[in-house]
Design a protein around this ligand. Structure first.
Ligand SMILES: Cc1cc2nc3c(=O)[nH]c(=O)nc-3n(C[C@H](O)[C@H](O)[C@H](O)COP(=O)(O)O)c2cc1C
Length: 199
């Protein structure tokens, strides 16, 4: 039986210790992405989100690209830690890349000038919702994922490697795999300080 929604929300964590071991079929992973991209909301129903799923050698290539970019900018003595971190993402089963299509945002800005400044903000918010739906759905399927932002550093290489349209802006990378260990216990601020109810 699949987890219920609230259990999946509570169990979704940042998993950094992941492996390539198979958890479910690639078809199921594709379905997770399809459900998220189809049903997650966007401002004015703009549907500006774009998603790329990298599996097998493509997933490995993404983290090789990231490592090589970082090798050029991180000092030699710090690179061992950086390499370990990037390898931990590469150790996973796959990576989901989240983009937003700038052409869609710009078209809305011209059409609805009154909201010009809001569209880029709403685009980021909607992308975050897409990321959260995929993150939580991957949790439901038995994967552990984390959220990474090497955006500016790798965007040009990523576009070249996978022939991504120039207008797609890279927002986030989500490596996922079979959890090898549980994350540390999470600390929570008291909800009374964060939620107010008037009735
Ligand atoms: C908008 C956003 C950006 C984040 N960026 C990163 C990131 O760049 N690298 C990373 O390792 N984790 C990133 N995280 C993960 C958070 O650090 C993590 O969700 C938070 O500490 C709570 O832990 P949990 O995910 O285990 O519940 C990000 C999370 C959010 C919501």
């Amino acid at each position: 039986m699949k987890k219920d929604f609230y259990t999946a929300v509570a169990d979704r964590r940042s998993f950094y210790d992941i492996s390539k071991e198979k958890v479910t079929s690639d078809e199921v992973i594709k379905e997770v992405i399809e459900q998220a991209v189809k049903n997650t909301p966007s401002a004015f129903n703009s549907q500006s989100a774009r998603v790329v799923l990298l599996l097998e050698k493509h997933h490995d290539k993404l983290w090789d690209i990231t490592k090589e970019v970082l090798r050029k900018i991180v000092t030699v003595d710090q690179f061992a830690d950086t390499e370990d971190k990037i390898n931990s993402f590469g150790n996973g089963y796959g990576t989901v890349l989240f983009f937003e299509d700038a052409n869609v945002i710009e078209a809305l800005q011209s059409e609805f000038a009154l909201y010009k400044d809001n569209f880029p903000v709403w685009s980021q918010q909607s992308s975050g919702m897409h990321q959260y739906v995929v993150w939580t759905a991957l949790e439901m399927e038995g994967f552990g994922a984390s959220l990474q932002h090497y955006n500016g550093l790798i965007e040009a290489d990523v576009k070249k490697e996978w022939s991504i349209p120039e207008s797609w802006k890279l927002i986030a990378q989500m490596p996922f795999g079979k959890p090898k260990s549980q994350p540390d216990e999470k600390q929570f601020k008291p909800l009374e300080e964060r939620i107010v109810v008037f009735k």
